[in-house]
Design a protein around this ligand. Structure first.
Ligand code: FAD
Length: 480
């Protein structure tokens, strides 16, 4: 701490005062408590000091000191990750990147933006939208999360129906990365060279700048549709995602009685109740205005209907942005009402997604599992990311076993699980050593000081099996 302060870096040291200790503890948390398992495993873990990074020079200083002295260094954006990605498991320094929040360059002619890692996603998009461009994809935490945190800890979100996930080649154009070597280097990664750092939880370098491609901004509209069965709703959602003339940014399916039970307390829960659709199977869709007509006809083809007149997204007729009912916000609303609820993350691949929805419905009653499906383009074809809500009961030990049983059943029945109940990178979906990430780490973090405890292959000093995908992290693509 003294060395960093001498170099002009702001450090909040937990030994200085109660207030400082509180700040460090707060900056050591994320949303790991979503999982009953992680809640037990990570509770109380905290860093010793918080480094406030205001410039790349501050990052270089922190990385150099950490590497030279063998002190853990855990980068952090807004701390909205939900697997304990940003929890400093071995103490040391927490590196807050959020003060680094400027746009570095914005090509408004071709739609490319480069910004500091700590920039808030909503702030970034406000600037690009003023020139007619928007992010191709953002997590439902758009209003709080940072760009660097999304790239290092997230995978996809709103926009996945069209653009897939961050692991697609071209989703991230460039990264500027500070290594954790005694004399840190600054790397400019482009093309597929970005993959060892994308979704690596900050174990492979500290990202200081991110360059992403943009999409033409649309004046989006929100539609809410009701269906008599889950299969009708899921079929409509897949067809909506596939229809060539429909321009959609977000499509999600919510099995009954989600809006009459887990989300009954939300503004949309009340609106659906008033519209007589409280216990319907519901599809939420954000679309361009010309797509509203074809979407309604498609809903009716599937025995469904609109719950109310579509509204402009910016008018917030649903009380909050439509996307804050989707992705992991669905889980957050449910948890606010019932702390024993938890969730699953799994993929239902194109071609078989609809039958898998039915298989899950037949296996689990809605008292145990309610399906929440997000339409995602997997390598060009439409399928579902499943973020089902689980109701494993209030006994923590039983709940952990129950959740594991549900995950085993999914795996055994053709639904790959991207386990949200582990802080270990590989166990979240890669299930094998990512050679690209591991190889990169030996150069970028030779002393293993970056976010220790998260990359199993590094911890164990060995690789478990060979990765088949040269892009490395692709198989973890849909772990949020
Ligand atoms: P943090 O939580 O601060 O960090 C995430 C990881 O990245 C950590 O491992 C951290 O060490 C590392 N990191 C942060 N900044 C840097 C940096 N500059 N350099 C290197 N490593 C860094 N995720 C999705 O992908 N899609 C969703 O739709 C989605 N919805 C969510 C909804 C809710 C309600 C919640 C709680 C979470 C959701 N998430 C989602 C997970 C999370 O919000 C996103 O991944 C988010 O983008 C993380 O950003 P952050 O700034 O909060 O990162």
């Amino acid at each position: 701490v003294a060395e960093l302060r001498e170099r002009g870096v702001e450090v909040v040291d937990s030994v200085d005062s109660e207030d400082a200790a509180r700040r460090v503890a707060l900056a050591s948390r994320d949303f790991y408590w979503y999982s009953p398992k992680l809640k037990r495993e990570l509770r109380g873990m905290k860093g010793d000091a918080l480094v406030v990074a205001r410039s790349e020079e501050d990052v270089v200083n922190a990385a150099g000191v950490a590497a030279r002295r063998g002190v853990p260094l855990t980068p952090r954006g807004a701390g909205t990750g939900n697997y304990g990605q940003a929890v400093p498991m071995r103490g040391g320094l927490v590196l807050d990147l959020s003060p680094m929040d400027q746009i570095v360059s914005f090509d408004a002619r071709d739609g490319i933006v480069r910004a500091h890692a700590g920039i808030n996603l909503a702030t970034l998009e406000e600037t690009t939208r003023a020139e007619g461009w928007e992010l191709r994809q953002h997590p439902s935490t758009r209003r709080t999360a940072t760009l660097g945190g999304f790239v290092a800890g997230g995978s996809t979100g709103v926009g996945a129906v069209t653009h897939g996930g961050l692991a697609e080649d071209g989703a991230v154009l460039g990264l500027r990365v500070v290594t954790a070597e005694p004399s840190p280097r600054i790397l400019e990664l482009r093309g597929r060279d970005v993959f060892p750092v994308v979704h690596a939880y900050g174990t492979n370098g500290v990202v200081t700048e991110v360059e992403v491609p943009l999409a033409r901004a649309q004046p989006w509209w929100d539609g809410v549709y009701r269906f008599p069965t889950l299969r009708h709703a899921a079929k409509f959602a897949l067809e909506l995602g596939e229809a060539p003339a429909i321009v959609a940014r977000e499509v999600s399916v919510h099995q009954s009685p989600t809006f009459a039970r887990e989300l009954a307390h939300t503004a949309l829960g009340g609106m659906l109740r008033d519209a007589g659709a409280g216990d319907a199977h519901v599809v939420l869709a954000q679309m361009a205005k010309p797509s509203l007509g074809p979407a309604l006809r498609l809903a009716r083809d599937n025995d469904g209907d609109a719950c109310f007149e579509p509204s402009r997204s910016e008018d917030l007729a649903l009380g909050i942005p439509l996307y804050e009912y989707a992705w992991n916000h669905t889980t957050l609303h449910a948890l606010k009402r019932d702390k024993s609820v938890t969730y699953l993350q799994a993929a239902m691949m194109p071609g078989e997604a609809l039958d898998l929805v039915t298989a899950v419905e037949q296996r689990y009653g809605a008292d145990e599992l309610v399906q929440h499906l997000e339409v995602v383009r997997f390598g060009g074809r439409i399928g579902f990311a499943s973020l089902a809500l689980l109701r494993p009961g209030t006994d923590a030990a039983v709940a952990v076993d129950k959740v594991e049983e549900v995950m085993r059943w999914h795996e055994a029945n053709g639904v790959p699980v991207f386990n949200p109940h582990t802080h270990v990178l590989e166990d979240g979906g890669m299930k094998q050593t990512d050679w690209a990430q591991l190889g990169f780490k030996s150069g970028a973090d030779p002393n293993g000081v970056l976010n220790p405890g998260k990359m199993r292959a590094w911890e164990e000093g060995k690789a478990t099996t060979e990765a088949s995908d040269p892009r490395g992290s692709f198989s973890a693509a849909y772990r949020l």
